[in-house]
Write a protein of this length. Structure first.
Length: 254
């Protein structure tokens, strides 16, 4: 737990992960929203998926299904929002480093800081942005996620219903060797490879079309529809990842 706190402190030290705290009073609105998750530019991911968020006052219920991710490795997933962000997914021009990839800092101007961590258990605040032992490990490259009654601020609730919030799933495999590694370190925690935290797939939450909450639409085909049907059941949690993430998880539990 001390290690998890350390990771969170490092993450929160980045401006990309600072939560938006609105100075004014916002009135949250109820509604159903949906995001089509597509590969982030330049990062070589072929995955896709759908995320659905129901807003009820300052409580949200989240359902997500995705495939084509690095199998059997932890994939941090969040809802992002920032008042000064573009409220969209990163594009190639966001590669401020000019190294041909998009890392979390590059993506910040597009989608803003973390406002909700889509962990499976426990805390869902930005402090859990890198709580690797509590995120989905994508067995077989697929994520099936469902969590209800997540409390958010009225600013965040309103941002979601107004189409200003973005769902991002992190974790890529730039060198295609089936694990998180490489010499380039994460901009959030230098003890981790950048592959572990770079954004993989992304989508903006917008008002769900009629029937959209049941279809699993999002370019993932019938596989996603089947995954959505499984979300209410008991999902098998695979053993988490390899490389630096595996070591980090073991220390988190110590």
């Amino acid at each position: 737990m001390r290690t998890t706190s350390k990771i969170a402190s490092v993450a929160l030290g980045s401006a990309v992960l600072l939560p938006f705290l609105g100075a004014g009073v916002a009135q949250a609105a109820d509604g159903n929203t949906m995001a089509t998750l597509r590969p982030v530019a330049l990062n070589g991911v072929k995955g896709s998926g759908t995320a659905m968020v129901t807003v009820s006052g300052t409580r949200i219920d989240v359902t997500m299904a995705a495939n084509g991710l690095l199998p059997d490795n932890p994939h941090a997933a969040h809802i992002h929002f920032g008042a000064d962000a573009r409220h969209e997914c990163p594009v190639a021009a966001d590669d401020a480093k000019n190294d041909g990839t998009i890392n979390t800092t590059d993506g910040g101007p597009a989608y803003g800081p973390i406002v909700v961590s889509l962990t499976k258990t426990g805390d869902t605040s930005p402090k859990s942005g890198l709580a690797v032992d509590r995120f989905d490990t994508a067995p077989g490259g697929k994520i099936n996620y469902e969590r209800g009654s997540i409390n958010v601020s009225s600013d965040v609730a309103q941002a979601i219903t107004e189409g200003k919030a973005v769902v991002v799933v992190h974790g890529v495999d730039h060198n295609d060797n089936g694990k998180y590694d490489g010499e380039t370190k994460s901009d959030l925690d230098p003890s981790l490879p950048t592959e572990a935290t770079d954004p993989a797939i992304c989508g903006v939450l917008n008002a769900a079309p009629a029937g959209g909450m049941d279809t699993g639409a999002g370019g993932t085909g019938s596989g996603t529809n089947e995954s959505m049907l499984l979300l209410g059941g008991g999902l098998l949690v695979a053993a988490a990842g390899t490389g630096a993430f595996t070591a980090r998880k073991a220390r988190n539990r110590a």
